[in-house]
Design a protein around this ligand. Structure first.
Ligand code: 5GP
Ligand code: MG
Length: 210
């Protein structure tokens, strides 16, 4: 089965996970009891992020700068790899700003509300919104509405998409990987603050998730 096309398009990750030829992902002993399996290997992440950086650079070429808005905290490693590649390999200037989004679930309704906490001035007109993962899209939709209110132009880059039905009006410009509907961690993503530092995307054992 051909899973990707030279990593230049969104990569569809099968349930058993992906790795590069010859790559042997292994979980360190300290995490072995917590992790079910590696879903996306270190090598695959690196390769795809390199392609995403060039896709983003092409899209922002005309405006000559990329004003990155990193969604904390899960997007931290993805954003840092992506932005360093853009700055290191292209003529585009970059700015970096952060925003934190937290969901609150109102007991009386089924819909979640997303609260934003900004940090900084968000300079520049053309924003690249960088997020770790999109599930229902509620969080990203809230962030996109916020940028629209501020009169910004933006493109949205997410590392992982669970492929579930999305909030109406959500725009995704760059997607790293389409993944199965499983709870994942690693490469910035956590469960209860843990596993962010793992170099690959992993599936946490179900019995651990409360
Ligand atoms: P959405 O608003 O799209 O339904 O959910 C997106 C947010 O939920 C993400 O920004 C992330 O914080 C969290 N999230 C969704 N799925 C996962 C997952 O599999 N693992 C982790 N660590 N966080 C997730
Ligand atoms: Mg997030």
């Amino acid at each position: 089965m051909k899973i990707w096309n030279n990593f230049t398009k969104t990569v569809n990750v099968p349930a058993e996970g992906i790795k590069l030829e010859g790559e042997e992902p292994s979980i360190r002993d300290k995490y072995r009891d917590d992790i079910e399996r590696v879903l996306i290997s270190k090598g695959c992440l690196k390769k795809r992020v390199e392609h995403l950086a060039s896709e983003v650079a092409d899209a922002f070429e005309e405006v000559k700068e990329v004003n990155c808005l990193v969604v904390l905290k899960g997007g931290m490693f993805f954003a840092s790899d992506l932005i360093r590649l853009i700055d290191d390999e292209t003529e585009l200037r970059t700015r970096i700003d952060f925003i934190q989004a937290s969901s609150y679930y109102d007991k009386s309704t089924t819909s979640g509300r997303v609260k934003l906490r900004e940090s900084g001035l968000l300079k520049g007109e053309n924003i690249l919104l960088i997020e770790d993962i999109v599930d229902t899209g509620g969080t990203l939709k809230r962030l996109q509405d916020y940028l629209r209110e501020k009169g910004k132009f933006f493109k949205t880059c997410v590392l992982l998409d669970k492929g579930l039905p999305k909030s109406p009006g959500l725009e995704l410009d760059f997607v790293g990987f389409n993944i199965p509907n499983e709870f994942v961690a690693g490469y910035g993503l956590d469960y209860a603050g843990m596993y962010r530092g793992m170099p690959e995307i992993v599936i946490v054992k179900k019995e651990l998730l409360k």
